[in-house]
Design a protein around this ligand. Structure first.
Ligand code: NAP
Length: 240
């Protein structure tokens, strides 16, 4: 077994799949969690990396699924050194104040994007404590910055990522006492299918985003600080 273990959510495709691939290149044993068993790109990666990765299923939006995933992961690996909460959904981007806002959809987005990472980190906490680095990367977004907010819509997504950031701060305050840390990370504007179609206006490929994120966290001199850091894939600090 290798010496370093990573766990990533939302590895069906996009940034999560690219993170799993990049972590394998860096020598990690990777546990990849996907939500949809029909998405098989991760199976191909597993075949190419037999003995160096495992695939589990996890819907970060339900307690039952996260609990079942955690039980399975505890049987697969002795520790988690790097936990990446990547899974996320977008919701409506168009409606503004005064329109027919969909609050049920907002609740679904907040459940997945804000509570999902906390469910996962909490369920895997014993494995994280057993790890050497005890590092959590929460894939947030620039859209979660309250200080920089210029949008008039995207209510569910922006609010969910702002709450994701607060969750990062609270989890960091727990972990830092144990020698660990949380990094809130904006992956950049990435060409994925998050909008329901390939976002051709994006600047980065998922591979470029994943390489950048891991380089910032694993290659740089990123000291463990009392408060968590909120960075983008190039290492630039974002305002909370
Ligand atoms: N793309 C960007 O420009 C951008 C910018 C800022 C932040 N982000 C963040 O980056 C992360 C990755 O997004 P992406 O761009 O790679 O989009 P993506 O390709 O849609 O990836 C999101 C992943 O999360 C999975 N997922 C959705 N709901 C889930 C659930 N309930 N439980 C577990 N997994 C779930 C998706 O699986 P299925 O599709 O199979 O359901 C997919 O694998 C997200 O957190 C997103 O908010 C992206």
């Amino acid at each position: 077994m290798p010496g370093k273990y990573a766990f990533v959510t939302g590895t069906d495709h996009g940034v999560g799949l690219a993170l799993a691939e990049e972590l394998l290149k860096r020598g990690y044993f990777v546990v990849a969690a996907r939500v949809n068993p029909a998405e098989n790109a991760i199976d191909r990666l597993q075949v190419e990396n037999a003995g160096r990765m495992a695939v589990v299923e996890c819907n970060v939006g339900t307690d039952e699924s996260v609990s079942a995933m955690a039980s399975a992961v505890k049987k697969l690996v002795p520790q988690i050194d790097l936990l990446i909460n990547n899974a996320g959904i977008l919701g409506d981007m168009k409606k503004v104040l005064g329109e027919d806002l969909d609050f049920d959809e907002m609740l679904r987005v907040i459940n997945v994007n804000s509570l999902g990472p906390l469910r996962v980190t909490n369920a895997l906490y014993p494995l994280l404590l057993a790890g050497k680095e005890k590092t959590v990367i929460n894939i947030s977004s620039e859209a979660g910055s309250i200080a920089d907010c210029e949008r008039v819509g995207w209510f569910g997504y922006c609010m969910s990522k702002a709450a994701n950031n607060m969750q990062s701060a609270l989890v960091h305050n727990n972990l830092v006492k144990q020698g660990g840390r949380v990094i809130a990370m904006h992956p950049g504007h990435v060409a994925t299918y998050m909008r329901g179609h390939l976002d051709t206006t994006a600047k980065l490929t998922p591979e470029e985003a994943a390489k950048g994120i891991l380089s910032v966290v694993l290659d740089g001199e990123l000291p463990i600080t009392e408060r968590p850091v909120y960075l983008d894939y190039s290492g630039k600090k974002l305002p909370w």
